[in-house]
Design a protein around this ligand. Structure first.
Ligand SMILES: Cc1cc2nc3c(=O)[nH]c(=O)nc-3n(C[C@H](O)[C@H](O)[C@H](O)COP(=O)(O)OP(=O)(O)OC[C@H]3O[C@@H](n4cnc5c(N)ncnc54)[C@H](O)[C@@H]3O)c2cc1C
Length: 421
């Protein structure tokens, strides 16, 4: 007679996905004493987690849907150099997602969302401290804050409510005078607008490599690595069984799904699809920019960031809604470069590489960090949108507590998988 396995019997955990979120889950699970197997067709940290702007943006807590956003969207869409693009041929597939996005734009929901996001963000820095120290990668991070700026006072004033909420929930920010800004970022032409210093924000000098170092620390401690794509997943009282593209069969006691924007492909085999959409972004990486920034500088007006990294200056941003498998449109990356040249007139743009990434974006801007509603041995960690780097280490700790059957360090009810039903 076979007996039903309990949480206490869990020894072997499979993690699908080796981005920042999956690698952080894998490392924390390994540290807690589990046998861990990580599966991904790409090497760790080589997908969305490779090319992001590298910012640990701890006070970005307001959701993307809020009262009045629908009146701003047409202006963004009609500006060919604006921050938002939709591929209209692909648009019908996004209608259910946009419907839920729009419905989550009420004041009540914004209030809920800011608090849910803030709870994760308040843990981000200390969880980063821990994971970087544990994996010998603290040298990949700079702790000196980040500058955000607006082209005009009117645009800053429109965002005043976001700063009120930051104040209320305990996040620091400071207005910079023009002379302070010119000392911190010499050569920046901010068009006479408004600049803000975010002292708690940090940045990572190479997000892809840092993610790989976290995963490697897990493997060095005995974790297993399989480079393959999971195609089929089943569960029973005895555990989980997976089949991969190359025909491997893998069994384990528990499963963590951290497959970023592709998570629904696994999730729908176990529960049901959730409103998760690819919100694409691009970067242009300039190997030799001829300018050295001491701080990342983010233009809120044009929706992009310039981050000094180990391999050069990364210009990252844009929001494009297109099908998951649509071809990249690198004109978006070139537009980012043109914006950067406007703000940094001395910028050299030789030796540029371009990249596309797909942010795993939930319609309500809040990630899923949750047990499956129907399977005791399945856990979900995806949908971190613009903040997967920032929130990866915290997500790893929460998921590990869940797999252990312990209470996580914070209230996690807002990240529930079944909140859309
Ligand atoms: C332009 C841009 C700038 C950004 N800037 C920032 C920033 O400054 N700060 C910040 O915090 N965040 C930022 N982000 C967001 C951040 O990059 C993402 O939220 C984060 O990388 C998501 O991590 P992940 O581990 O969930 O997903 P991913 O890194 O995409 O990893 C998921 C992995 O799952 C694998 N996978 C998928 N399906 C399967 C399968 N069936 N079997 C096995 N493996 C599978 C994939 O191959 C992939 O490697 C930015 C994003 C973009 C695009």
């Amino acid at each position: 007679m076979t007996s039903v396995k309990t949480q206490a019997d869990t020894r072997h955990v499979v993690v699908i996905g080796a981005g920042t979120v999956g690698s952080s889950c894998a490392w924390n699970l390994k540290k807690a004493g589990f046998d861990v197997t990580v599966i991904d067709p790409e090497l760790p940290g080589q997908t969305t987690s490779y090319g992001n702007a590298g910012i640990i943006s701890t006070s970005h807590i307001t959701p993307f849907s809020y009262p009045g956003v629908t009146s701003e969207i047409p202006g963004w869409l009609f500006d060919p150099t604006g921050p938002l693009f939709i591929r209209w041929l692909d648009f019908p597939g996004f209608i259910p997602w946009f419907w839920k996005f729009w419905r989550s734009g009420t004041s009540k929901h914004v209030n809920w969302s800011c608090r849910a996001q803030a709870r994760l963000m308040h843990h981000a820095v200390s969880d980063f401290d821990e994971i970087l120290a544990d994996t010998n990668s603290s040298h990949m991070r700079k702790e000196r804050g980040t500058i955000t700026f607006y082209d005009s006072r009117a645009e800053f004033d429109k965002d005043a409510w976001k700063y009120d909420i930051k104040d209320e929930l305990g996040f620091e920010w400071e207005l910079l005078s023009p002379s302070e800004l010119s000392i911190m970022v010499p050569g920046l032409d901010n068009k006479g607008g408004v600049a803000v210093y975010n002292p708690d924000w940090q940045f990572i000098l190479d997000p892809g490599k840092t993610t790989a170092m976290i995963a490697q620390a897990c493997f060095a401690a005995g974790g297993n690595w399989i480079q393959d794509r999971v195609t089929r997943v089943e569960t029973s009282d005895q555990g989980v069984s997976l089949v991969t593209e190359s025909g491997r069969q893998i069994t384990a006691d528990a499963l963590v799904v951290a497959a970023g924007v592709w998570s629904n492909q696994i999730v729908r085999q176990l529960d049901y699809k959730v409103p998760l959409a690819p919100k694409r972004g691009y970067h242009s990486m300039i190997a030799d920019a001829g300018i050295k920034l001491d701080y990342p500088v983010m233009s809120i007006s044009r929706g992009f960031v310039m981050t000094p990294m180990n391999d050069g200056l990364r210009i990252a941003g844009a929001a494009e809604f297109a099908a998951l498998d649509a071809e990249p449109n690198y004109d978006r990356a070139k537009i980012l470069l043109r914006h950067a040249q406007e703000y940094l007139p001395g910028l050299r743009c030789n030796d540029v590489s371009e990249w596309l990434g797909q942010r795993p974006m939930m319609a309500d801007s809040i990630p899923v960090i949750s047990p499956s509603p129907s399977r005791t041995n399945v856990f979900y960690a995806f949908g971190h949108g613009h903040y997967g780097l920032t929130q990866g280490p915290t997500t790893g700790k929460i998921i590990t507590a869940m797999v252990c059957g312990q209470e996580p360090a914070m209230d996690v009810s807002d990240y529930r998988f079944d909140r859309f039903r």
